[in-house]
Design a protein. Structure first.
Length: 127
């Protein structure tokens, strides 16, 4: 009986010490860099007209991954943000992965002038 109690006490202490040990945190992920090289705005032959943005560029380095595309529209101005995430590693391969994405712009497109802003650079579109 005493043997079982000692075994339970030792097991409990081991679990307690293991739970209290602090793990060394890895590097924190942070926003990465996406360099946009080209944006082609394509008006599709449809009724009503639909618009696609074909975005090409590259990510900052081998530790950076594509995180997604968001868009917001305010009247005739569409703002597109192409996001990336860097792993936080201090040493990364000096390879810049290519980015090639197509996104259909939201909303109706009546004839007129539009401004499409991709990561801060404005492009003009006439429908």
């Amino acid at each position: 009986m005493l043997h079982r109690i000692m075994l339970l006490v030792i097991t409990g202490l081991m679990l307690l010490l293991t739970a209290c040990a602090t793990a060394t945190p890895g590097p924190a992920a942070r926003p990465g860099i996406v360099t946009i090289e080209k944006v082609d705005l394509l008006v599709m032959e449809s009724n009503p007209p639909q618009v696609q943005a074909h975005i090409t560029g590259y990510l900052g380095d081998g530790c950076t991954t594509f995180a997604g595309i968001t868009q917001q529209r305010d009247g005739n101005t569409i703002t597109i943000t192409v996001s990336a995430t860097h792993s936080g590693a201090q040493v990364c391969p000096a390879i810049a992965p290519l980015l090639d994405q197509r996104i259909t712009l939201e909303g109706p497109f009546a004839p007129g002038q539009y401004t499409v802003i991709v990561n801060g650079t404005a492009y003009q579109l006439t429908i």
